[in-house]
Design a protein around this ligand. Structure first.
Ligand code: FES
Length: 114
């Protein structure tokens, strides 16, 4: 159902290997990432280490390096990679006809509970 997905704008608005943020009323900001191969992922914009803004990190493959202390976070699972431990909530995301869509239920659950 179309109402189950929130249209957050064109894929073209997100630079390759970059991100943009989506505010959630009453909840935590969501970071939407675009990888070099045009996959999209959405995570709560808060590093599991010390709340660094992941949207300002650098995307390598399907992971992002936190801008504060360089932890690498998997975009597909939200988990810290390597020896670091922690996890940030993810939100199901997809691209349809050049538009980025986020799961409405996933976005609310992640941003309000996460
Ligand atoms: S806050 Fe992200 S690595 Fe420290």
């Amino acid at each position: 159902m179309i109402g189950d997905w929130i249209d957050v704008g064109p894929l073209a608005d997100i630079p390759p290997r970059g991100a943009r943020t989506v505010p959630v009323e009453g909840g935590e900001e969501i970071a939407v990432f675009r990888t070099g191969d045009d996959a999209v992922y959405a995570l709560v914009n808060r590093c599991p280490h010390k709340q660094g803004p992941l949207s300002q990190g650098i995307v390598h493959g399907h992971a992002v390096a936190c801008p504060l202390h360089n932890w690498r976070i998997s975009l597909s699972t939200g988990e810290a990679l390597g020896e670091d431990e922690g996890c940030v909530p993810i939100i199901p995301a997809r691209v349809d006809a050049g538009r980025v869509l986020l799961s409405r239920v996933g976005a609310l659950a992640a941003a309000l509970v996460g």
